[in-house]
Write a protein of this length. Structure first.
Ligand SMILES: [Zn+2]
Ligand SMILES: [Zn+2]
Length: 157
């Protein structure tokens, strides 16, 4: 019997969730897990029942902030952590899977929430054209383990 690893399953889910985002520019998905179970999931976008950027501004895109990001959206990591916290989940020792490495603001949130490991598929710095992944650097600096995700071949188990 060949089976996917849990890491691969969770990253696949984050990747599928990203496709639900209404964001015009970047679509990011995240999954929060503990052991082999899922605590929360999310993707980037404005708070529920406020805006759908792609439908409201299909031509121009939504209003930008000073860094060129959507000024309305919560990031996938923020949405995922917020949902977990709203529902009383314990995040201490949790692992996050995200399709784009955390920005600095999300990194601060991840660390403060007690999340201890982050898998990411793509580099935020590479996507933004920044010289380094300051979110990843922040996490590493304070002992949160970060891993650039490697596709895992199906293993026999
Ligand atoms: Zn937007
Ligand atoms: Zn972020």
């Amino acid at each position: 019997m060949s089976k996917l690893s849990f890491e691969q399953i969770f990253m696949n889910l984050a990747t599928d969730l990203a496709k639900r985002s209404h964001c015009v520019k970047a679509q990011v998905g995240a999954v929060l897990t503990k052991d082999t179970r899922i605590i929360s999931v999310g993707y980037n976008g404005p708070p529920a029942s406020t805006h759908n950027c792609d439908e409201e501004w299909p031509e121009t895109g939504c209003p930008r902030d000073a860094r060129g990001s959507c000024s309305l959206a919560l990031h996938a990591e923020e949405n995922t952590i917020l949902y977990a916290v709203k529902n009383g989940a314990k995040l201490e020792g949790a692992t996050m899977y995200t399709t784009l490495s955390p920005c600095l603001a999300c990194a601060r949130l991840i660390y403060s929430a007690g999340i201890t490991k982050v898998y990411y598929r793509h580099s935020y710095a590479a996507y933004k054209g920044f010289p380094n992944d300051e979110g990843v650097d922040f996490l590493n600096c304070f002992g949160v383990v970060t891993r650039k995700f490697e596709e895992q071949p199906v293993v026999s188990a």
